[in-house]
Ligand binder design. Structure first.
Ligand code: GLY
Length: 360
């Protein structure tokens, strides 16, 4: 098997392995990364379990691991405090020890919740991420952010806890619905925007899912390589890592406007990147041809480039409602495609500019 390997230095250091068919080698790879683990706690969801659960478990059992599986209902509502407690209880009932490991098989919801459970049960056990969506392969499975949602907002409780291994089988992307695949492409395009103009052009020349899948291992490698460099430089998200939020502040406003049901995270980020680049032009930071370039690539992938949104949602996403939000905001803007530039500005000025931006 031809395996692409990237090494992340953060945490104790770990590999990201990418290869079609890797799911069937999971047991062997986990044994090598976590030689002392006896019990593996597979956390997955009701969509992914029937597709890939049995294959993963078979591969783990071949290596004589004691395997336990917990299937969550698919969807964001599973990322709850109740399910976190349920995972802790489930693992302790099965005699989890510090050298055992959690294996998160699924998308971002499963990875975030299972990661949080792994980071906290017995004050931390092993963690293997096996992401099966494009969004989780290029973003959430790498870098160690774990979280649950609270009634007051998404991802409001969590930990930084790097996995011991990330296993990506690009073949798992074949069963994704089109809109879910393309939502992941918004984050892929983001990497081109903030870091690599050549990669952006490469994506622009592949406007269909079929053409992207022909080069999917390359695409995953480029994205994970960028994310790995950013995380190595700023694991705790206090500096450089914030560039990964390009398009996300406005994206959050759009998600909010759609009550988190009308627009997926990736769709909202797509429109958010367009608005952020138009705001950058307005501020004289971004070259004038950038919004059109980004719009054209996103539209060719069927992603939204504009989302109607009440200004109140934009104000909320910019922290107007938070007492301790301070007077300034850091915008993640582009100079040109491939070159990002964070810019701290007074909040009032940003709101003024956005209020005057046609079609924001
Ligand atoms: N998803 C952004 C980050 O990992 O920092």
């Amino acid at each position: 098997m031809d395996i692409t390997t990237l090494h992340v230095d953060a945490g104790g250091g770990y590999d990201i392995l990418i290869s079609p068919g890797l799911l069937d080698e999971a047991g062997k790879r986990i044994k090598a990364a976590l030689p002392r683990a006896k019990r593996l706690f597979v956390v997955t969801d009701s969509n992914v379990s029937p597709l890939y659960g049995a294959r993963l478990v078979a591969s783990l059992e071949t290596l004589s691991f004691e395997v336990h599986t917990h299937v969550l209902p698919a969807g964001e509502t599973s990322k709850s405090a109740e399910n976190l407690v349920a995972l802790w209880e489930w693992m302790t009932a099965h005699g989890v020890t510090r050298t055992d490991a959690v294996v998160a098989l699924g998308g971002g919801v499963v990875g975030d919740l299972a990661g949080f459970a792994a980071s906290t049960v017995l004050r931390g056990v092993g963690l293997v991420q096996v992401p099966t969506t494009l969004l989780s392969q290029v973003d959430s499975s790498v870098g160690g952010k774990t979280a649950i949602d609270l009634p007051s907002g998404k991802n409001l409780a969590g930990t930084f806890y790097q996995p011991d291994l990330v296993l990506m089988d690009p073949d798992t992307l074949r069963t994704l619905p089109d809109d879910v695949f393309m939502a992941g492409m918004a984050e892929v395009v983001k990497y081109g925007c903030i870091w690599d103009a050549g990669f952006f052009d490469f994506l622009a020349a592949r406007p269909s899912r079929a053409s992207l899948m022909e080069d999917i291992t390359h695409i995953l490698r480029i994205c994970c390589d960028i994310k790995r460099q950013v995380v190595n430089a700023d694991e705790r998200d206090i500096g450089l890592r914030q560039i990964l939020n390009f398009g996300h502040t406005l994206g959050h406003a759009y998600e909010l406007a759609g009550n988190y049901t009308k627009w997926s995270h990736g769709q909202a980020v797509a429109a958010g990147m367009v608005t952020a680049s138009r705001l950058g032009v307005e501020l004289g930071v971004t070259e004038p041809d950038v919004p059109e370039k980004i719009e054209s690539v996103l539209a060719s992938l069927g992603l939204p480039v504009h989302i109607d949104c009440d200004f109140a949602h934009i104000e909320k996403a910019l922290g107007v409602d938070k007492k301790n939000a301070g007077d300034s905001v850091t915008l993640i803007l582009l100079k040109r495609v491939g070159t990002v530039t964070p810019l701290k500005l007074p909040r009032a000025e940003v709101l003024d500019r956005l209020a005057g931006l046609p079609g924001r």
